[in-house]
Design a protein around this ligand. Structure first.
Ligand code: 18C
Length: 258
């Protein structure tokens, strides 16, 4: 429709606001820097207490047994090395909501509550119930970021996704049938390229991704410690194997995304 003379030009607001002007930005920036520096430490460097609890091929999972107010909050640190995919690809499939139901087997329902910017979303998720405990839900911001590769300036950049619990007025904690869990998760991905000696173009056979996944989940309410630790032991290896296999499968016929 044509504008009449003197009529204000309707300016459509941009679909996203820059994350750095959002109320959560100081927290997001602080938590991302802190989680990335913690995730970069090896299990030997983090002080004692990391015990290996699962191993499968290149994948190793460590935990520290910790309790808070009588609840198991064991920190988890997993490392995996996967050929044929880049850190950018791993973070792309972990961050973007359109893929989540494909790989997140504990998920019952997910909604994006707020699009802060293209690299920052706020989610509400409900997860499958484990009998005899109550069903759990979670509200968290999720932020993905490219980090400069200081160790190898010619190599691909490092990528991360950090998820951290937050509050949202539309979904107050413990208001319905779900018990609210609280989590901090950091996925950190470093890519190595071994260029073919004959000068041939780099293919997926020449790239390797080192994945570090750290998480602390507070179950938010009573859950039997033995059941919880059994769930951890079963679900974390299942998640990391299934998710990385999913990324390999999704990317195998696509151009490499550095
Ligand atoms: O990081 C992961 N996923 C992200 C995107 O979804 C995001 C969300 C993480 C939510 C993790 C908490 C899930 C709780 C699920 C309850 C258990 C369901 C089991 C269903 C079995 C049929 O960061 C990947 C997450 C990988 C999840 C591994 C499982 C972690 C278990 C944590 C237990 C939490 C308390 C459960 C209370 C009941 C215990 C008896």
């Amino acid at each position: 429709e044509r504008l009449k003379c003197g009529q204000a030009i309707p300016i459509t607001p941009p679909p996203t606001s820059p994350a750095n002007s959002h109320r959560l930005w100081p927290e997001i920036d602080r938590v991302v820097k802190q989680e990335v520096s913690m995730a970069s430490l090896g299990v030997g460097e983090c002080g004692s207490g990391w015990q290996l609890f699962a191993e499968d091929g290149e994948m190793r999972m460590f935990r520290r047994e910790e309790e808070m107010d009588g609840m198991v909050v064991d920190p988890l640190k997993a490392v995996h090395v996967v050929k044929g995919i880049t850190g950018h690809e791993v973070c792309h499939y972990f961050f973007n909501p359109q893929y989540r139901y494909d790989w997140e087997t504990t998920l019952e329902h997910m909604i994006v509550l707020e699009t802060v910017s293209e690299d920052t979303l706020i989610f509400h998720q409900t997860h499958k119930r484990i009998w005899p405990a109550s069903q759990r839900d979670v509200v968290f911001w999720s932020h993905t970021r490219r980090l400069p590769n200081d160790q190898d300036r010619d190599g691909p950049d490092i990528w991360t996704v950090v998820n951290n619990s937050t509050e949202h007025p539309d979904h107050p904690a413990n208001a319905g049938k779900c018990v609210r869990i609280f989590l901090t998760v950091c996925l950190l991905c470093q890519t190595r390229v071994d260029p073919p000696k004959d000068g041939a173009p780099v293919s997926r056979d020449d790239i390797t991704c080192k994945i570090t996944y750290c998480s602390v989940v507070n179950p938010g309410g009573w859950a039997p410690a033995s059941v919880l630790r059994a769930v951890y032991k079963r679900e974390y290896p299942k998640f990391l194997k299934r998710f990385t296999a999913y990324v390999k499968n999704q990317t195998k016929d696509k151009p490499i995304m550095y």
